[in-house]
Design a protein. Sequence first.
Length: 158
Amino acid sequence: MRHFDLGPLYRSTVGFDRLFQALDQFSGPDNSAPAYPPYNIERTGENAYRVTMAVAGFTDKDLEIEVRENQLMVKGEKKETEAEGRSVLYRGIAGRAFERRFQLADYVFVKTASLENGLLHIDLVREIPEALKPRTVAISTPAANTSRQIEATVSEAA
């Protein structure tokens, strides 16, 4: 992708800072985007999807899943409980709090969520209402052998 220098526009405009921030976000990779926890998004059927997040060390009580206004939000916060007489000398397993947001398309709903072997699986399904589903319309044609004739009476002028 090409990089465009928007510097001259920054110097000569006032009040367009939100627009320029949006352009900067879309112009290249966003290094400030959180990389934790890693996740996959996969298509499991014609109208089915699965989001899989690696949440090692978290239990179902540490995780919260919320759907609001076509946005799926997954929060995780580890409740630290140190046992007496134990202290951690090195912490390599990330247990920091996180919040991940996913924008959902219209008519996409959360079907199920499960936590298994350190992976959080969120199954999504797209359910399009019957009124919005495409439908075929039958085309009717007149029968081939029927002919129409207009009858008229001729009146004689006397």
